[in-house]
Design a protein around this ligand. Structure first.
Ligand code: SF4
Length: 337
């Protein structure tokens, strides 16, 4: 462990090695702060390994709300820490680097959503959890990738639906429900959009016995279903899963090789869950720079200095909480990203 340095813009806070001294100091400071450490599945391996809990964003937010700890250190991106704060308003929520944003959450803001609603009066707004607190406050029902189809099916057939922000998840829901009155916002995650169909098809052809674990935000989710429909890949081998459900499926599958179409941080938990399986990324370059801003140096600074604290004003939080709670009540919410 050596002295840390902070550069401006989006350069990660760096200069600290995740060695034994770092781990001891992180654990000591967490006890001193009465903090629970939560890490998303896309975090750096050292951050996943030091955390009290690793998982998808919804599972982590529920753990945050149920925890006895007075402080939550959320190692993930900003909207995830906000969701934890919405569900646990009385706790102090810290994110080690507040600059860790999300290109998908940033693809729509509250003003844009209000304008879209004005074009479709009476429409029901369904938002994936990758949205800011302000957007959730303008939402009727949030959804996860696991229950998005059930959430939309719970809405009367004659009501228009505005689905946001992810166009790939929206396309998946539209296909499954067959609804013509479902409008999809054209947002995307730059990381998941970079995992494309041709790449997946080539990998599947080279590994005909492999399972395919595909996150529905992937640009290739449609291709994966198409390949299954064409018989190129047996339908039983294509599994559209949230990141949390991927870990569960890793423990259950009989495949010896699994192709993984999501952010590469996911491979760490999959390999821990099933070390005997050969997990391979469909795209090794699919790394989220925002997730990787939560470095060992940033976590140490967060614990030492109590930063960066996440605030959501009470009115916004109350409205957003209603949308999140409706999501938890419908279908099997499972996990989110
Ligand atoms: S991988 Fe994409 S959706 Fe996930 S946090 Fe990064 S930018 Fe957002």
């Amino acid at each position: 462990m050596v002295a840390a340095t902070l550069a401006d813009d989006l350069t990660p806070f760096s200069g600290v090695q995740p060695d034994g001294a770092w781990r001891d100091e992180v654990r000591r400071l967490a006890r001193e702060r009465d903090a629970v450490l939560l890490a998303h599945n896309y975090q750096l391996p050292a951050i996943q390994d030091i955390a009290d809990h690793t998982g998808d964003s919804l599972a982590l937010s529920r753990i945050a709300a149920a925890s006895d700890a007075s402080t939550i250190i959320f190692c993930g991106v900003h909207f995830m820490a906000e969701t934890a704060k919405i569900l646990a308003p009385d706790k102090t929520v810290l994110i080690p680097d507040a600059r860790a944003g999300c290109s998908l959450a940033d693809s729509i803001d509250a003003a844009q959503l209000r304008a879209w609603k004005a074009e479709h009066p009476g429409a029901v707004v369904v938002s994936y959890v990758n949205t800011t607190a302000e957007v959730k406050a303008e939402t009727d029902i949030c959804c996860t990738s696991s229950n998005a189809v059930d959430v939309v099916r719970s809405i009367p057939e004659d009501r228009e639906v505005l689905f946001l922000p992810d166009q790939f998840l929206g396309a998946h829901v539209k296909r499954e429900t067959g609804r013509d009155n479902l409008h999809v916002w054209a947002g995307e995650c730059h990381v998941h959009a970079g995992i494309n169909g041709p790449e997946l098809a080539a990998r599947a052809a080279a590994n005909p016995d492999a399972d395919l674990f595909v996150h529905p935000e992937c640009g290739c989710a449609t291709s994966a279903l198409y390949l299954a429909g064409e018989g190129v890949v047996p339908e039983t081998q294509v599994k559209i899963l949230s990141t949390g459900d991927m870990v569960t499926e890793a423990r259950n599958t009989r495949a010896t090789t699994v192709l993984v179409a999501t952010e590469i941080g996911m491979l760490h938990q999959l390999r821990l869950a099933a070390p005997e399986i050969d997990f391979r990324a469909v795209n090794e370059r699919a790394s989220c720079r925002y997730m990787k801003m939560i470095t060992p140096a940033a976590l140490l600074r967060s614990l030492r200095e109590g930063r960066d604290e996440v605030h959501v004003d009470a009115t916004t939080a109350a409205r957003a909480r209603g949308a999140v709670q409706r999501m938890i009540e419908i279908g099997k919410p499972g996990g989110a990203e």
